[in-house]
Design a protein around this ligand. Structure first.
Ligand SMILES: Cc1cc2nc3c(=O)[nH]c(=O)nc-3n(C[C@H](O)[C@H](O)[C@H](O)COP(=O)(O)OP(=O)(O)OC[C@H]3O[C@@H](n4cnc5c(N)ncnc54)[C@H](O)[C@@H]3O)c2cc1C
Length: 283
C-alpha cells in the first residue's frame, strides 16, 4: 500500500532535529533507517504529516571506548555494530545479534537508535540491551538525560521518549573475561523475526554462576527480564540451570499469532533460556 502523503525535512544536527520536532508538533516523526517506520506507514498504521530525516547525522555514527563501557551513536547501522572491532572485543553479544537482524539490506540501513526508539518487543536488540542493563541517552529541548533500559521500554511500540526527544547514544558495559553471553533466536527461517529470543549475560567464577541477566524477545508487550530464573541462578552451579530455566516464562504475557501460540512461546522461552545459559557458561 502507498503511505499517506507527507512533507519531508532534513535534520542537519541533533539540535536542528529537536527544533523541527518542536515546529511540526505531534504529527512529525523522525526517520533513521526507515526499516520499521516505512513498513508501518505503508500499512497505514502510522501517518505522520512530516518526516524528519536523521540520515545526514554522521556524527551519530560511532563506537567509542569510554573506559568501563562502550558508547555507540544512535545512527550506527546494524552492519557497523556487527563488524566493529571494539564491539566484538568488549560486548560480543551486541555484535553477534546485530548480524541476525533481518537480511543484509535491513542491516545496512537500520540503526541501533531506531530499533530501540521503535520499541518493538519482537526486535532482537531491545532484549539484548535489557540483559546488558544498557543505558539510552536522549536529547530534547531541555537538554540531555539518560534512561536505563528497564525504564525505557514502556509498552508495545511505546517508550519513555517525549515527542521532542531524539535518541543520541546507547551505552553498554564492557564485558569481562568472566562474563559469558548468548543470544538464541528461534525463527522459522533464517532472517525472519524471532518467534522467541533469549539474551543471556552470565557472570561466572570457578565454573559456577555468580549472577545472570536474561532478556526475552517476543514474550510480552516489551522486552522482559526472566527475573525468576535470574534469581534461581544467583550463586547456582551448572547442574541447577535446567531447573532454573523452567521458570523463564514466569511473569511474561506472550501473544498468539500466525507464527506461534502463547503456550508454544512459553515452552520455547524455557527451552531456549536453558540453552542460552549453557552456551554462555561455555563461552
Ligand atoms: C524485512 C525486515 C526484516 C526485519 N527483521 C528484523 C529482525 O529480525 N529483528 C529485528 O530486531 N529487527 C528487524 N527489522 C527491523 C530493523 O531492525 C529496523 O532497522 C529497526 O527496527 C528500526 O531501525 P531504523 O533505523 O530503520 O528506524 P526507523 O524505521 O527509521 O524508525 C523507527 C522508529 O524509531 C524512531 N526513531 C528512529 N531513530 C530515532 C532516534 N535517533 N531518536 C528517536 N526516535 C527515533 C522513528 O521516529 C520511528 O518511530 C526488520 C525490518 C525489515 C524491513
Amino acid at each position: 500500500m502507498i503511505p499517506v502523503a507527507f512533507d519531508y525535512e532534513v535534520a542537519e544536527s541533533v539540535d536542528h532535529a529537536i527544533e523541527l520536532l518542536g515546529q511540526h508538533g505531534e504529527d512529525a516523526k523522525l526517520i533513521a533507517g526507515g526499516h520499521s517506520l516505512i513498513p508501518i506507514m505503508r500499512l497505514r498504521l502510522a501517518a505522520p504529516s512530516v518526516l524528519i530525516d536523521l540520515d545526514r547525522l554522521d556524527d551519530l555514527n560511532y563506537v567509542r571506548d569510554e573506559g568501563d563501557h562502550l558508547a555507540i551513536g544512535a545512527m550506527t547501522r546494524h552492519r557497523d555494530v556487527h563488524y566493529n572491532e571494539l564491539v566484538r572485543e568488549h560486548c560480543g553479544i551486541l555484535g553477534y545479534t546485530a548480524g541476525l537482524l533481518g537480511d543484509p539490506s535491513v542491516q545496512h540501513r537500520g540503526t541501533l537508535g531506531g530499533t530501540l526508539a521503535h520499541g518493538d518487543p519482537a526486535g532482537d536488540m531491545p532484549s539484548v540491551i535489557s540483559a546488558l542493563e544498557g543505558t539510552i541517552v536522549v536529547k530534547g529541548p531541555d537538554g540531555e538525560r539518560t534512561v536505563g533500559a528497564s525504564d525505557f521500554f514502556k509498552d508495545y511500540l511505546f517508550t519513555d521518549l517525549d515527542e521532542q526527544e531524539v535518541v543520541t547514544e546507547v551505552r553498554v558495559p564492557k564485558l569481562s573475561s568472566d562474563t559469558g553471553w548468548s543470544y538464541k533466536k528461534f525463527s522459522r527461517r533464517s532472517q525472519d523475526w524471532a518467534i522467541v529470543g533469549v539474551a543471556a549475560v552470565v557472570e561466572k567464577s570457578n565454573g559456577n554462576i555468580d549472577s545472570a541477566r536474561i532478556g526475552l524477545t517476543s514474550m510480552g508487550s516489551t522486552p522482559i527480564r526472566a527475573t525468576a530464573t535470574e534469581q534461581a541462578l544467583s550463586g547456582a552451579s551448572p547442574d541447577q540451570v535446567a531447573e532454573a530455566a523452567n521458570s523463564a516464562d514466569e511473569g511474561t504475557s506472550p501473544g498468539t499469532d500466525d507464527a506461534a501460540s502463547a503456550e508454544f512461546r512459553r515452552h520455547l522461552a524455557r527451552v531456549w533460556t536453558r540453552r542460552a545459559i549453557e552456551e554462555a557458561l561455555n563461552r
